[in-house]
Ligand binder design. Structure first.
Ligand code: ADP
Ligand code: MG
Length: 442
């Protein structure tokens, strides 16, 4: 029986974050079976309360899986070693639960952590840059400029860097604000004749996180002030991180000296999530909210909604609530109805569509992609075609060789490998792949 409980724990371990596992599950143990009841020892009332409020459905389903039947779950507080565990628990909570007052003092959302950030094709470079900044604040990339469309995770990543740096060094002074807040503070400081205070505040921090900097466009005096703030912080090696909905060169009415400052560190973009990342985001949301939604339903939502994380999350919650209020189970049929349109079974992606899609995206002809020319403008589209035909259509190298004008299978293998390697480090290739896949609705 003890073994079965360990099975339950092992399965849960894969479904919750490591911090949550350590805090809530790791110190539980099997006590006994008592008729319909399964009794589990827990180290404290706090753990008991959390498990029964937040994790009861997950526990119920995992118990049924492991034990082969349902049980009434009961917790027993094992006071024999509660002192020790309580102390340990506090330490762990302190280290892992980002609800410490410091974070919220600064205005960082406790949910926006690096651990909760799902990494995929569309954001892996931005995530890697975030990690580098956390390792070496002020020294690796300064400023870090993160840009991308709405709802793709810019604010999340920025807060996550803040949390991570603060956890490593709680005494650092952090300022997080939107560029509008900066503007308002500045304007107010002029009105109240307190510009000295304003400057002392903004120019003394070690980490300056400024969200949605695009709103600074066209505000001349704020830009001037921001320029000096930026310079002073930069000279002191204070880390500066900016987010924007577009790259600096597309920010209209941005002073050129600011533009060059923004471009002087590292610029990384976050794209709309691709299909795999969408599925991973949906799964993570279910885990966090402790909701159990069948995998095929999540795949369906990700398929039908080629959109950003925020909209995906909104739709998922809407669907869960619709199911709950109408008393329906979540299955592929009900989700299809909740999604508002009846989806036909997803079509299998055929190779003609892929090659045509690539040709259209790069504006090249069939003869170009199948022909022998080795110009750079043709090699990349050809290799992307190889990669998609291999990864998405699951065609063998030989068949891909045939489709692309009778090329040898080793050439195809090489092409696929080339893109595979480029995808994790080359932003341009990444972007193309995402866009082509989006055009093909993969
Ligand atoms: P942006 O600032 O780019 O408009 P946000 O950072 O506000 O987007 O993200 C919108 C929502 O989507 C937030 O709830 C955020 O936690 C979530 N989100 C975005 N990207 C990710 C990701 N990669 N992993 C997990 N959640 C994400
Ligand atoms: Mg944002």
């Amino acid at each position: 029986m003890e073994k079965l409980w360990i099975e339950v724990l092992n399965s849960i371990k894969n479904q919750v974050s490591p911090a949550n596992y350590r805090t809530w599950f790791a110190k539980t143990s099997f006590n006994c079976l008592n008729g319909e009841e399964l009794i589990i020892d827990v180290p404290s009332g706090f753990v008991q309360q959390n498990l029964s409020t937040k994790y009861s459905s997950l526990l119920d389903s995992e118990i049924e899986k492991a034990f082969g039947r349902k049980f009434q779950l009961r917790f027993k507080i094992d006071s024999s070693n509660s002192k020790a565990t309580q102390a340990q628990e506090e330490v762990e909570l302190d280290a892992f639960t980002p609800t410490r007052p410091r974070f919220s003092d600064v205005g960082l959302n406790p949910k926006y952590t690096l651990e909760n950030f799902v990494v995929g094709l569309s954001n892996s470079l931005a995530f890697a840059a975030a990690q580098a900044v956390v390792q070496n604040p002020g020294l690796s990339y300064n400023p870090l400029f993160i840009y991308g469309g709405t709802g793709v995770g810019k604010t999340h990543l920025m807060h996550a860097i803040g949390h991570a740096i603060l956890s490593k060094n709680p005494s650092l002074k952090i300022i997080y604000c939107s560029s509008e807040k900066f503007t308002n503070d500045f304007v107010q400081s002029i009105q109240t004749k307190r510009t000295g205070e304003f400057r002392a505040k903004y120019r003394s921090c070690n980490l300056f996180l400024i969200d949605d900097i695009q709103f600074i466009s066209g505000r001349d005096s704020t830009q001037e002030e921001f320029f000096h703030t930026f310079n002073e912080l930069h000279t002191k090696n204070s880390q500066i991180i900016l987010t924007s909905d577009r790259p600096p060169k597309e920010m209209q009415k941005l002073e050129s000296r600011l533009m060059s400052r923004f471009q002087g560190g590292l610029m990384v973009d976050i794209q709309q999530p691709d299909f795999d990342t969408r599925v991973a985001i949906l799964k993570a949301r279910c885990r966090e909210r402790n909701e159990i939604v069948p995998e095929d339903c999540l795949t369906l939502i990700a398929e039908v909604m080629p959109t950003n994380a925020r909209e995906l999350e909104g739709k998922l919650i809407q669907i869960i609530q619709s199911a709950r209020s109408s008393g329906q189970d979540l299955n592929i049929e009900s989700v299809r109805t909740f999604l508002g349109k009846v989806q036909s079974a997803p079509q299998k992606l055929d190779h003609k569509k892929v090659i045509l899609g690539i040709n259209q995206y790069f504006n090249i002809k069939m003869a170009d992609i199948t022909g022998p020319k080795r110009k750079k403008e043709l090699v990349l589209p050809r290799q992307l075609a190889m990669y998609i035909l291999y990864e998405e259509c699951k065609l063998p190298y030989e068949k891909i060789g045939e489709l692309l004008g009778g090329r040898d299978h080793t050439t195809i293998m090489h092409g696929v490998e080339k893109i595979h390697a480029a995808v994790s480090r080359d932003r341009e290739v990444q972007r193309m792949l995402i866009e082509v896949k989006q055009a093909l609705t993969i």
